[in-house]
Design a protein around this ligand. Structure first.
Ligand code: PHE
Length: 453
């Protein structure tokens, strides 16, 4: 399928998949979800979902993608289950919805890069004015969507692979440096306590639902992004170790982002942690002040570089989000790749306009709905995020497991995995994965879906 492009080698796939996973989900939404979910209790549930439930779903998605070499909807059909085809569609729709608001937040990150580059540290305290400025943010978001479409039109491998190899480690190093710095701040201990010492009275059903949604969102699961990427993996590659690496990298980066953020929040609030639950603005309101305290020169350098790298991390995610609907229309509607890319990018940008307007500019979209159970989710953007992340992605994960276990059958799943993993059959990991896809994931994710409805 020359039309689809492919990764140069195994590392290329891992980097691209890790690039898809690591993004705003780790550095923007993870800290604010932890903050809103009461801290460590949220973190524990999140870790449970990532390792116990999401990991098997990730292996399954990659295996289905490699087996069929197709987009999510086509993949179900290709395995001989024409009726299941319909299951691919919610995934493709979630991809479109997620990208529509994600691109707006990416626009914020890119905008902050420009602001901090020009020394505007006060942008943190002016965040609510900044996001209301729809022409400015809209322009940044447009640049972002353009860059995404440009990369996707060139095929998923190539430049993005090479750039990831340098930029991702730089971002991680920088966050680690900031962790060290934030641990030296006054009240750092209160921040760490909030983040790492659980208060189980905070653990409500809605917090658990948010932790589940955050896990799927951050790992890029439940919508077929990794089915699409899995179609680019070589037959001799070990899917299990690749998935383990991607999961560990993603969770690890989110975890250190939390270590960076909460001492800063504690410092700014004299240890009270008030405002930790403010929602989507958390990193944008907190970080510029911290950068400013590094002094004018260092603050500008570190601050702008941070948001530039964050924008890049977001870009490797938006690329994978756009790739899903594009692969779908390329494979199914036989549209040329280039055209498909620009058509989808334009549609999704337009679909993002309500999210853009929902941060104070339009009263209607800003208080779109009071989404049951999530106090912060009143704007259209919050609403879209809640529906996509907390409902659709876990549902997608549940359906993928059910499909693999009961339609495609675990025997075939196992055979696919074993191609690149000689000792797989009979191993503990095989038993666990089979148990997870046949019982655990359908049961837990299905129950959570019904409960959070
Ligand atoms: N995982 C990405 C992030 O954390 C977002 C994403 C979700 C990408 C779903 C692809 C699919 O930023």
């Amino acid at each position: 399928m020359s039309n689809r492009g492919s990764f140069s080698n195994k590392l290329g796939f891992i980097l691209a998949a890790a690039g898809s996973a690591v993004g705003l989900g780790n550095i923007w939404s993870f800290p604010f979800e932890v903050g809103a979910g009461g801290g460590a209790a949220f973190l524990l549930v999140y870790l449970f979902f990532c390792f116990i439930l999401c990991f098997p779903v990730m292996v399954t998605e990659i295996a289905i993608g490699r087996k069929t070499q197709l987009n999510p909807a086509g993949a179900y059909e290709a395995l001989g289950f024409k009726k299941w085809r319909i299951l691919g569609l919610p995934g493709i729709i979630s991809g479109v919805v997620i990208l529509s608001f994600y691109n707006v937040v990416a626009g914020w990150a890119f905008g902050f890069f420009i602001e901090l580059l020009t020394g505007h540290f006060e942008i943190g305290s002016q965040f609510s004015t900044f996001i209301k400025d729809v022409f400015k943010v809209g322009l940044y978001a447009m640049v972002f969507m353009f860059a995404t479409a440009f990369i996707v039109s060139k095929g998923v491998s190539g430049g993005i692979e090479r750039a990831s190899k340098i930029l991702m480690p730089t971002l991680i190093t920088m966050i680690l440096g900031l962790v060290v710095y934030s641990l030296t701040l006054d009240h750092a201990f209160e921040g760490i306590k909030f983040y790492l010492v659980p208060d189980f009275s905070e653990l409500t059903l809605s917090v658990m639902g948010n932790a589940m949604g955050q896990a799927f969102f951050s790992l890029s699961l439940g919508m077929g992004a990794l089915i699409t990427y899995g179609s680019y993996v070589g037959k001799n590659d070990n899917i299990v170790t690749s998935a383990a690496f991607i999961t560990l990298a993603d969770v690890g980066i989110a975890f250190i982002a939390g270590l960076m953020m909460f001492p800063m929040v504690a410092y700014l609030t004299d240890g009270t942690m008030e405002g930790a639950g403010q929602g989507a603005g958390l990193i944008f309101t907190v970080l510029p002040g911290a950068f400013e305290s590094l002094g004018p020169l260092l603050g500008v350098v570190i601050g702008s570089l941070f948001f530039l790298l964050l924008s890049f991390a977001a870009l490797t995610s938006t690329v994978s989000l756009l790739e899903v609907p594009v692969a779908y229309i390329v494979d199914e509607k036989k549209i040329k790749r280039n055209r498909a890319v620009w058509i989808m990018a334009t549609i999704i940008f337009v679909l993002g306009i309500p999210s853009l307007l929902s941060n104070g500019y339009s009263g209607f979209f800003s208080s779109f709905i009071t989404y049951v159970g999530a106090e912060n989710a009143t704007s259209f953007m919050d609403f879209a995020q809640n529906v996509a992340n907390d409902t659709f992605l876990p549902l997608g994960g549940c359906l993928i497991s059910i499909f693999a276990a009961y339609a495609w059958k675990t025997k075939n799943l196992n055979e696919e995995i074993a191609l690149g993993y000689p000792n797989y059959m009979g191993s503990f990991i095989q038993k666990y994965l089979n148990f997870a896809v046949t019982i655990l994931c359908p049961l837990v994710l299905g129950t959570m879906f019904l409960l959070t409805l």
